[in-house]
Design a protein around this ligand. Structure first.
Ligand code: SF4
Ligand code: SF4
Length: 510
């Protein structure tokens, strides 16, 4: 076939990962249980904040523009907390990728977690790899229809639960659950659940590895964070090659040769056809070429959710889920060889290992300038956010000068500037706020709608108050270009204070 004959689109080859057990698989089960548990259960955790506030521990209250996270309440003007957390999340991703490759992809990415869950369901219903391959290839019959329908139904229930859980983060979960089943919920809630149900069902059930390979930009970006010291899943080809199947008869001869012998119990050797690997016999006398540790059993390939052969070297498709490590370690245990033919490896160790030396310790790869720098920035931002959280005041204000016109000359010759002041009461009870100003020049402050300089701001609300600042005709500020001054707001019950610096414009502005 010439290049011109090569089709632009190749249909997906379905992958049927085999069940595997081992340390990494167990670790992945735990990660799956924890991440799914957090996702599904968090909206149902209650948190008492007082009479005027929602009692949902984690809530994105879009209507009132608030984010609640247990005892923390983030207001729109405090968006820097969210920005800081996003930066920390990005840095965390950089840190783990530079140290351990694509661990995010292999263990915690939602696409990985839900695909793993969908494969688990598929295995429960249709059987392990070989049974699923047979089912895939056979003609449609009653049994196949029943198995497929059952699988799709369970997938659909998981997908609906996934889409449903998402909307619970945006409003009171118990109330929304009632509204959803009584069809009283907002259409946006149903639309969101529908979209997320469809994407979960399609991405986890059918597209699977294609999302990682073709849709996600992260595999392309991650290379910038990795270097030769990054620990990532690899194959020790210097130990495994030449690969070949071991036969019992030939194995006995092999063990007799010091160059190739391993202390392997004869009964532990796997049986199976010799696929023409470099073991040969002539006239009944075994002539054995040295074999590597890889017995070419394909266990590592058969468990791979991405359908790749790690023995071909590092590949973009590899999500470093480490399931091939478990599979190969299991094989090595059965044939009595040391674990780690496939393992977390650093490229910088390869020359040492090829020369017969042990790899350097893990800390040598993990602790290096790049990871230390990421950790330091991560810690600095984290400390900054924690400090900001504890020193923030429960009251706040923003000031917007009304500059159209810049100033107004009153009938008595005095000059007035107008300001829109937003007062925020972040406490759970109504608060009396007192407004004042401090300036080097003589300025007077008045509040629209009241002769007082006090206003009551309702609990957890923002009050927009128009404020007039006036310089009398005889005072210097009336003729000046600009006078800097400071607005103060004070909570009369707690004496908490906040200020904003702004400017008064006199007739000298022209
Ligand atoms: S080769 Fe496959 S099984 Fe091995 S770590 Fe990569 S994605 Fe996982
Ligand atoms: S699981 Fe290990 S022994 Fe089997 S083919 Fe893979 S690398 Fe070779």
């Amino acid at each position: 076939m010439t290049d011109q004959d090569t089709p632009l689109y190749a249909p997906r080859e379905p992958i049927f990962p085999r069940r595997v057990t081992g340390w990494f698989r167990t670790f992945k089960w735990w990660i799956m249980a924890v991440t799914l548990g957090i996702y599904y259960l968090t909206p149902w955790i209650r948190w008492d904040r007082g009479p005027n506030l929602p009692d949902q521990a984690v809530l994105v209250d879009l209507a009132n523009r608030r984010f609640y996270f247990f005892w923390i309440e983030i207001w729109p003007h405090e968006f820097y907390f969210v920005a800081g957390l996003l930066i920390m999340a990005g840095l965390g991703l950089f840190l783990f990728t530079s140290a351990l490759g694509r661990v995010w992809c292999g263990y915690t990415c939602p696409q990985t977690v839900w695909t793993d869950l969908f494969i688990l369901v598929e295995r429960w219903i249709e059987g392990d790899r070989n049974a699923r391959i047979r089912l895939h290839r056979q003609e449609m019959d009653g049994r196949k229809i029943r198995l497929r329908a059952t699988k799709y139904l369970v997938w659909l229930l998981i997908a609906i639960a996934t889409g449903g859980a998402w909307v619970f983060y945006f409003t009171d979960a118990p109330q929304l659950a009632v509204d959803l089943v009584t069809f009283d919920a907002h259409p946006v809630a149903y639309a969101t659940i529908g979209i997320l149900t469809a994407t979960t069902f399609i991405f986890g059930g059918f597209m699977r590895e294609q999302v990682c390979i073709y849709m996600c930009p992260w595999p392309r970006i991650q290379g910038a964070m990795m270097d030769s010291d990054t620990l990532t899943v690899g194959y020790r080809d210097w130990r495994g090659e030449p690969r070949g199947k071991h036969r019992k008869g030939a194995r006995a001869a092999a063990t007799a040769q010091a160059a190739t012998a391993y202390a392997v119990p004869e009964e532990d050797l796997p049986e199976g056809p010799d696929h023409g690997r470099p073991i040969s016999t002539h006239g009944g006398t075994a002539e054995v070429q040295p074999l590597g540790d890889c017995i070419d059993c394909m266990a590592c390939v058969n468990v791979c959710p991405m359908g790749i052969d790690i023995r071909d070297g590092q590949q973009m498709e590899c999500i470093t889920c480490a399931l091939c490590i478990d599979a190969c370690d299991d094989v090595m245990a059965k044939i009595g060889k040391p674990r780690g033919l496939i393992d977390y490896l650093a490229l910088s160790d390869e020359p040492r290992e090829r020369a017969g030396n042990a790899p350097r310790p893990i800390w040598h790869h993990v602790l290096r300038p790049r990871t230390i720098l990421y950790t330091a920035i991560y810690a600095l931002i984290g400390i900054g956010l924690v400090v900001a959280l504890f020193v923030r005041q429960p009251i706040d204000m923003t000031v917007s000068p009304v500059r159209n016109p810049t100033y107004v000359t009153l009938s008595d010759g005095s000059v007035r500037n107008i300001y829109d002041v937003r007062l925020r009461n972040m406490a759970g009870e109504d608060k009396p706020f007192h407004l004042s100003l401090v300036s080097d020049e003589i300025l007077r402050i008045d509040l629209e709608g009241t002769a007082e300089r006090n206003v009551v701001v309702p609990a957890n609300e923002t009050l927009l108050q128009r404020v007039y600042v006036t310089a009398r005709a005889q005072d210097p500020a009336a003729e000046m270009d600009r006078v800097e001054f400071r607005f103060w707001v004070e909570d009369l019950t707690s004496q908490d204070r906040a200020f904003v610096d702004t400017v008064f414009n006199g007739r000298g502005t022209e």
